[in-house]
Design a protein around this ligand. Structure first.
Ligand SMILES: [Zn+2]
Length: 185
């Protein structure tokens, strides 16, 4: 199991357990790697802590594999204005799949790590992240029409533009991180 240097599992203000920073992290810094088990969508597995999996060789547009997190990284919560981003790929040394989280901005001591779960509409869940971009649901903001009817009243439509701006910011940051990584190789 990978260690969590500079991080700690605590009771979260957002939901259940969460992971907080014990030291400052810089934007673009890799925070932690996650260990998991890879499943094909046809297999039976518990999807509570599973990431949609893709790697560099993935030619599929539609995700059909899931990476079930089996270590402490499963406690990293969702936020509608997240401070980290998760990626999945094959470990170049071992050939095994793995996941890692990168800081989207500077993270202070005591700050809880979060990333955007970006659930499909039909998998939406109520969100308590309480950020100014919180739309009331854990969901990809482009998937709102597929949100079940009983959850539709929770959607805070007045915050949709703030939420979309967060998604764009995250995309920009990850492009910057990717190009910085390419340069440093
Ligand atoms: Zn939220």
């Amino acid at each position: 199991m990978p260690s969590m240097d500079g991080l700690k599992v605590v009771l979260s203000k957002i939901h259940g357990y969460g992971i907080v920073a014990l030291r400052p992290f810089k934007a673009g810094e890799r925070l932690v790697t996650g260990d998991g088990v890879l499943y094909h969508e046809d297999q039976e597995f518990d999807d509570t802590y599973a990431l949609v999996y893709s790697d560099a060789e993935d030619e599929n547009e539609d995700p059909d594999r899931y990476y079930d997190l089996i270590d402490q990284t499963r406690w990293i919560n969702h936020a509608c204005s997240p401070n980290t981003e998760v990626m999945t790929d094959l470990n170049p040394a071992s050939g095994e799949p793995y996941a890692w989280w990168t800081a989207l901005r500077d993270i202070e001591v005591g700050e809880e790590l979060t990333y955007d779960y970006a659930f499909s509409g039909h998998l939406a869940e109520p969100c308590n992240c309480d950020s100014s971009a919180c739309i009331g649901l854990i969901v990809d903001p482009d998937e709102l029409e597929d949100v079940p009817e009983n959850l539709q009243p929770l959607i805070k439509h007045d915050r949709l533009s703030a939420r979309r701006a967060q998604v764009e910011l995250a995309d920009l940051s990850s492009e910057r991180v990717a190009s910085a990584a390419a340069v440093s190789r």
